[in-house]
Design a protein around this ligand. Structure first.
Ligand code: AMP
Ligand code: MG
Length: 473
């Protein structure tokens, strides 16, 4: 029983202290929940039978050419530094080069304990696995950089969480790498200059071969992260755990935990049950990512020949980041109201609408999408203020060629709403995977006007509102 995955691994050639080699702990009765055929084709992974897929993506069978290992990293969690974290419930299976020539990691998540598990059991339960599957694939369909989901397998074993025994599962995710800000922090905190240099060289070769110095790498990563967070804001996405170990150098969204898409708009929205102070709330994301990039910059200083000059230069780069984010945010939100090439002069129009929406507790997704057909007005109990805004808006749109096309491409009709995710998980726990399959299917075309998706477009009824989301670790 085996699979022909065209592995071509590179991380395992780094110094031994970068990881611990080990295999997954086999599970009792693996059963395939879903295999992402389209993604597999992109990765050059040939089709095979379900039983083999279940064995391989549960970790029971090690495919030829795999080099399973747990990566070590560190990270600031809610602002406090942990000098050693690492893959506590994940294993890098290996790497493949995809159709476009990009190297991608295949990683099992929920595959059993590793030396980095600390108090954890190394496992995942079905809920977070399906949630990450659906949300990461939805993000991809929204054209937002993200890790992808290749496979979900039920283990046939229970996992014990606060709520008791839950069905266990393993997710296989695909990332353009799993190098995190926290990976750099691990070596920097130990003053392991050789390790830091090796990581820097590896990162540049893999992600940014044009970078000529750590300063160039910092610029590029700051640009990618600025763009990413602006994209999150533009669809109402709240990551929920923007710790530095969950911030990828690649600029992909990574580590979906208590993440959420906002229903009603309010800038201080927080869903995560572990985020008591709203550190990672909706609009704080733009500030926290700057803080995370400051931590990244700090790790790069020891690599510079003149460290005093580097501190000055890197500080300036980090200080310039809020403007980068704001410019990108204005561009994306300008497009949401139909302006193809928004300028700074258009920012007030966007912010006025957002203020009205916050006051009215308007549904974020449906209000923007409703600008296309005029239904947005319904979101405002007192429509007078909205009408005043809309007059000004329509006057501005007279200067545009095809504002409707711009809005259609910028405002999804359907997003993975929290209550639908929870209902999907509940059904799956009871053995019904139809809602899971349907969410994936409909969310793969988020910008389409799909009459069959009307129930998924509806905001939650009061009794359906999800108050808090959980890590599920
Ligand atoms: P996260 O909040 O998911 O980014 O995880 C933070 C750290 O905790 C990472 O090092 C994870 O590998 C580890 N971790 C989370 N859940 C578990 C678990 N169930 N068993 C072992 N380690 C875990
Ligand atoms: Mg993490």
């Amino acid at each position: 029983m085996n699979m022909n995955i065209p592995f071509t691994n590179s991380y395992g050639a780094l110094p031994a202290r970068f990881f611990t080699r080990q295999t997954a702990v086999p599970v009792r009765a693996p059963r395939l929940i879903r295999f992402n055929e389209d993604l597999a084709a992109d990765l050059g992974i040939p089709h095979t039978d379900e039983a083999t897929l279940a064995q391989v993506f549960a970790g029971n069978a090690v495919p030829e050419g795999a080099d399973p290992l747990a990566q070590v990293y560190a990270g600031h969690q809610f602002g406090g530094f942990s000098p050693q974290l690492g893959d506590g419930r994940a294993l890098l299976l290996g790497e493949v080069v995809d159709r476009t020539g990009t190297r991608r990691d295949l990683q099992l998540k929920g595959s059993g304990p590793t030396p980095y598990s600390r108090m954890g059991d190394g496992r995942a339960w079905l809920g977070p696995v399906l949630r990450e599957y659906v949300v990461s694939e939805a993000m991809h369909a929204l054209s937002i950089p993200t890790t992808r989901a290749l496979a979900a397998v039920a283990t046939g074993e229970p996992v014990y969480r606060e709520a008791g025994g839950m069905p266990g599962a393993v997710l296989t995710r695909v990332a353009s790498s799993h190098i995190r800000v926290g990976t750099f922090q691990y070596f920097a905190a130990r003053r392991d200059l050789e390790g830091l240099r090796a990581l820097y060289d590896y990162t540049v070769a893999r992600h940014d071969p044009q970078a000529e110095s750590p300063a160039d790498l910092l610029d590029t990563v700051i640009r990618r992260q600025a763009r990413l967070v602006a994209q999150w804001l533009s669809v109402g996405f709240i990551h929920g755990v923007m710790n530095t170990d969950n911030t990828a150098i690649s600029g992909e969204t990574i580590d979906y935990g208590p993440c959420a898409f906002m229903d009603t708009y309010h800038p201080q929205t927080v869903y995560s049950s572990i985020d008591a102070h709203g550190r990672y709330g909706y609009d704080n994301q733009a500030r926290v990512i700057v803080w995370n990039m400051a931590q990244f910059a700090t790790t790069l200083v020891p690599l510079m020949p003149d460290q005093d000059a580097a501190v000055e230069d890197f500080t300036a780069k980090v200080h310039a980041m809020p403007d980068l984010i704001e410019t990108e945010r204005q561009r994306l939100f300008g497009r949401k109201i139909g302006i193809a090439e928004p300028t700074a002069d258009d920012a007030a129009l966007v912010d006025d609408l957002l203020n009205l929406m916050a006051e009215a507790r308007a549904d974020f997704t449906n209000t923007f999408r409703g600008l296309i057909d005029g239904s947005a007005r319904k979101a405002f109990a007192d429509p007078d203020a909205f009408d005043v805004w809309a007059d000004e808006w329509r006057a501005r749109l007279k200067l545009e060629d095809d504002p409707e096309a711009v809005m259609r491409a910028a405002n999804p009709a359907v997003i993975p709403r929290n209550h639908r995710i929870e209902q999907m998980i509940e059904a799956a726990v009871a053995g019904d995977y139809a809602p899971f399959e349907r969410l994936i299917e409909i969310l793969s075309q988020p910008f389409a006007d799909n009459p069959e998706a009307s129930d998924l477009k509806r905001p939650p009824q009061p009794a359906e509102v999800v108050q808090a989301t959980f890590c599920g670790t």
